[in-house]
Ligand binder design. Structure first.
Ligand SMILES: NC(=O)c1ccc[n+]([C@@H]2O[C@H](COP(=O)([O-])OP(=O)(O)OC[C@H]3O[C@@H](n4cnc5c(N)ncnc54)[C@H](O)[C@@H]3O)[C@@H](O)[C@H]2O)c1
Length: 255
């Protein structure tokens, strides 16, 4: 078991990619803190699966865009398991609109979860590790859109580009404390965030045509990389982004 008795906080992990990571961390022997914003039943379900897989888990409610909730999340994790070794900044949101119609409210919604939440959760993790003189791992679930333009999702792209620079900066600034910081950039993964796409056969067909591996990603595809980055095997890996996109980012076809 590659994460035996290590404690991981995974933000927004009651469904989707975060849930996939929580369940895999459980099967690698981790203590998992399942953060959720609204759906306690789903979070408890994830905890049950983690326990069945061989790990331990607690569900902690909290809005990651609020620093007070982040502080509470860390306090709850430390109370349950003593300390934290791994933070997975997974919670994320998007809003669809042409650039010229993006409202202040939607811009703030996206930036507050994807950038502010990731920033201050990473800060809470760094403070905890520095104070307790322990090494640790921070993994941000960014997106291929930390690099790749995505018209009609400009705030999302700006936010994930911000997470790209956050990882680069923190890798340099926190390296002295033995804190590794990396991003995972998923492509098109089959989760609720892609509900509209999954319900639109024409859009889906077009997208699949642009993925060299010719399928959508599954949460387990992302979880495998998240286990590696959290494990001792990745002790010398920091400041990088790992694309899990079936080749989507570099797709090119000669006509
Ligand atoms: N699915 C994809 O194709 C894909 C691709 C690239 C990147 N991502 C990224 O992966 C991450 C997970 O997305 P997903 O695909 O599992 O989608 P999802 O919508 O299923 O999951 C997002 C999770 O974040 C939680 N969340 C939202 N706001 C929160 C807040 N303020 N506080 C705490 N939790 C909050 C949601 O409740 C949900 O559980 C996101 O950061 C997303 O941007 C997803």
């Amino acid at each position: 078991m590659r994460l035996n008795k290590k404690t991981a906080i995974i933000t927004g992990s009651s469904q989707g990619i975060g849930r996939g990571i929580a369940e895999r961390y459980g099967s690698e022997g981790a203590n998992v803190v399942v953060n959720y914003i609204g759906n306690m039943d789903m979070a408890n379900e994830v905890c049950d699966i983690v326990a069945k897989n061989g790990g331990r888990a607690v569900a902690v409610q909290g809005d990651i865009s609020k620093v007070a909730d982040i502080d509470n999340l860390f306090a709850a994790a430390i109370e349950a398991f003593g300390s934290v070794d791994i933070l997975v900044n997974n919670a994320g949101v998007e809003r669809h609109a042409p650039f010229w119609e993006v409202t202040e409210k939607d811009y703030e919604f996206v930036m507050n979860v994807n950038v502010k939440g990731t920033f201050f959760a990473a800060q809470a993790m760094a403070k905890h590790l520095i104070e307790t003189k322990r090494r640790g791992k921070i993994i941000n679930i960014s997106s291929v859109h930390e690099d790749l333009p995505f018209p009609n999702f400009t705030a999302y792209c700006v936010s994930k580009g911000g997470v790209r620079m956050l990882a680069r900066n923190l890798a340099v600034e926190l390296g002295q404390f033995g804190i590794n910081v990396n991003n995972i950039a998923p492509g098109a993964i089959e989760t609720p965030i892609n509900r509209n796409l999954l319900n639109n056969p024409m859009k889906l067909d077009y997208l699949l045509g642009q993925i060299p591996l010719k399928r959508l990603g599954q949460t387990d595809d992302v979880a495998g990389v998240a286990v590696f980055l959290a494990s001792d095997e990745a002790d010398y890996v920091t400041g990088s982004t790992f694309f899990v996109d079936g080749g989507l980012t570099w797709y090119y076809e000669e006509q």
